[in-house]
Design a protein around this ligand. Structure first.
Ligand code: BGC
Length: 260
């Protein structure tokens, strides 16, 4: 089976770093036109666009802070102007936030994570769905996390945002299904990106992390990106409203390999 996304118009939020960048490149390889959204480091977004264009494929970059509804509206208008709409939204922009127990955390830090990861995701989904429901086709793929089901000390805003994304995914999927639009989520485990670099960069942190992963290695961004391409393609035409975990078995609770 060959997966082709020829002429599909895709937007990847947080598309100039980590998992988002890997997904943007993989979508492009499959033939999609890719809009790379970013909020900082425009030069990296530009470089990605240039590299994609050099291969004879279409790409643009769009600056927008997903936690600002008017910037999100403008980003979608820009897509309308450039490509006449959208077929695939990779709702990916997100941050881990500052580590702190809930009673110690600064409210501004807590709210920033919710505003980007959950509310920003909704702003983008809302704009995409208006268009997809109208054209009776489209796919939204939300980047969730294993932490939509695994609690994580010091990261209550992050876990709450991802758990919220899970129900947002299910509910929007139910609403959009009659229009032939799919909404689903992809939940990475520990993937080698800058978001968790401080952990995999030191021996003790890495060993601790590996104990939590049955496949006993950190995932590569490309391993998430390949699954993303499958999920937004017609190969997954009967999949909606679900979170698919790409986590090396992290949510299989490896501690239960013994005892219990
Ligand atoms: C976080 C990473 C973390 C991983 C596993 C992800 O959602 O962004 O920082 O390493 O979960 O805990």
């Amino acid at each position: 089976m060959e997966i082709r996304l020829n002429e599909k118009r895709a937007l990847v939020t947080g598309g100039n770093s980590g998992i988002g960048a890997a997904i943007a490149n993989e979508l492009s390889k499959a033939g999609a036109k890719v809009a790379i959204n970013y909020v900082s480091h425009p030069e990296i977004a530009e470089q990605m666009v240039n590299e994609i264009q050099a291969k004879g494929r279409e790409a643009i970059s769009i600056m927008a802070d997903v936690s600002d509804s008017s910037q999100v509206e403008q980003m979608f208008s820009q897509l309308d102007t450039s490509w006449g709409g959208i077929d695939i939204l990779i709702n990916n922009a997100g941050i881990d936030g500052q580590k702190a127990d809930g009673w110690e955390t600064k409210l501004d830090d807590w709210m920033q994570v919710i505003n980007i990861n959950l509310i920003g995701n909704f702003y983008c989904a809302r704009q995409a769905l208006k268009r997809m429901v109208g054209q009776k086709s489209g796919v939204i793929l939300n980047t969730s996390s294993v932490h939509e089901i695994i609690a994580w000390t010091g990261h209550s805003a992050y876990t709450t945002s991802k758990a919220g994304l899970s129900m947002l995914t299910k509910t929007l999927a139910q609403e959009a299904a009659p229009y032939g639009v799919r909404v689903l989520a992809l939940a990475p485990g520990a993937i080698k990106t800058t978001i968790n670099q401080t952990v995999w960069n030191n021996r003790a942190g890495l060993n601790d992390l590996l104990e939590k992963i049955p496949l006993h290695r950190i995932g590569e961004p490309s391993e998430v990106a390949q699954m993303a391409v499958v999920l937004v393609s017609d190969a997954a035409s009967y999949v909606t409203g679900r979170t698919i975990f790409v986590d090396g078995g992290m949510t299989d609770y490896p501690d239960f390999a013994h005892g219990g």
